[in-house]
Design a protein around this ligand. Structure first.
Ligand SMILES: C[S@@+](CC[C@H](N)C(=O)[O-])C[C@H]1O[C@@H](n2cnc3c(N)ncnc32)[C@H](O)[C@@H]1O
Length: 234
């Protein structure tokens, strides 16, 4: 948690600027994947500067974002519409009752937490039966050795990275929580190595180490998973 607070406290402005640049694309993708009716209460877990929360605000009744980094919450609040609020809270202990939300989202967070299964269990708890979940994260290769190599690089670049999971790992976590996969989109994010290192404030010896471990193509592959929590029997 300290590494997360340090990394994102230092880079909050840059993360918010990247989010702003991607806003229209995010609005379009989230609208297509979630198909909200306008009546939903939505939770964005590990909201950062509010990327997903702000993207769904126009099509939801109410949106709540939670994060542990005050600098990011300040960036998020500065952009919030009247139906969006942001709360300081740990994703592994959400301050909400069972089934409070119609939709629960979590983007690019699992690889920053040592126990992502605890986050997913909390997300499942606060989602109502019959509700929808959106999980987005970078994917490691399915080949375990290639996944170890990617994780060495990602950790050298950003010590707040715990582990980038593979598609098969994420699907196992979804199954363990009784979630049913409704749709998935795989999205490639083009990256230029030096800009990617800048984004994590990776400097000095750490930057040299990360450069040495960098894959030939540092672009990222992301999974956008839409899941349903069954109304009965789950
Ligand atoms: C890469 S950022 C993604 C932010 C945002 N969801 C987005 O897509 O732009 C990862 C986020 O996870 C948050 N985070 C990491 N561990 C957390 C925890 N235990 N509880 C809540 N948020 C956490 C960080 O503070 C950061 O905002």
């Amino acid at each position: 948690m300290d590494a997360v607070r340090r990394r994102f406290g230092e880079t909050a402005g840059a993360l918010a600027a990247l989010q702003d640049a991607r806003h229209e694309e995010t609005v379009e993708r989230v609208a297509r994947l979630l198909g909200l009716s306008g009546s939903e209460r939505v939770l964005d877990v590990g909201c950062g500067a509010g990327a997903i929360a702000l993207a769904v605000a126009g099509t939801a009744r109410e949106v709540v974002g939670v994060d542990v980094v005050p600098e990011l919450l300040a960036e998020a609040r500065a952009r919030a519409a009247s139906n969006v609020s942001f709360v300081a809270a740990d994703a592994t202990a959400l301050p909400f009752a069972r089934g409070e939300f119609d939709v629960v989202c979590c983007a690019r967070v699992f690889h920053h937490v040592p126990r992502p299964e605890l986050v997913l269990a909390e997300m499942t708890r606060v989602l109502r039966a019959g509700g929808t979940m959106l999980v987005v994260d970078q994917l490691a290769p399915d080949d375990p050795l290639a996944a170890i190599e990617l994780n060495r690089f990602e950790h050298a670049r950003d010590p707040s990275t715990s582990r980038v999971l593979a598609d098969v790992d994420l699907r196992g976590l979804f199954d363990a929580n009784g979630l049913v996969l409704h749709a998935v989109e795989y999205v490639r994010e083009e990256r230029e190595l030096e800009l990617y290192l800048d984004r994590a404030a990776c400097h000095g010896a750490a930057r040299e180490e990360a450069r040495a471990l960098a894959p030939g193509d540092p672009s990222g592959r992301y999974g956008w998973y839409v899941l349903h929590k069954p109304s009965f029997g789950g």
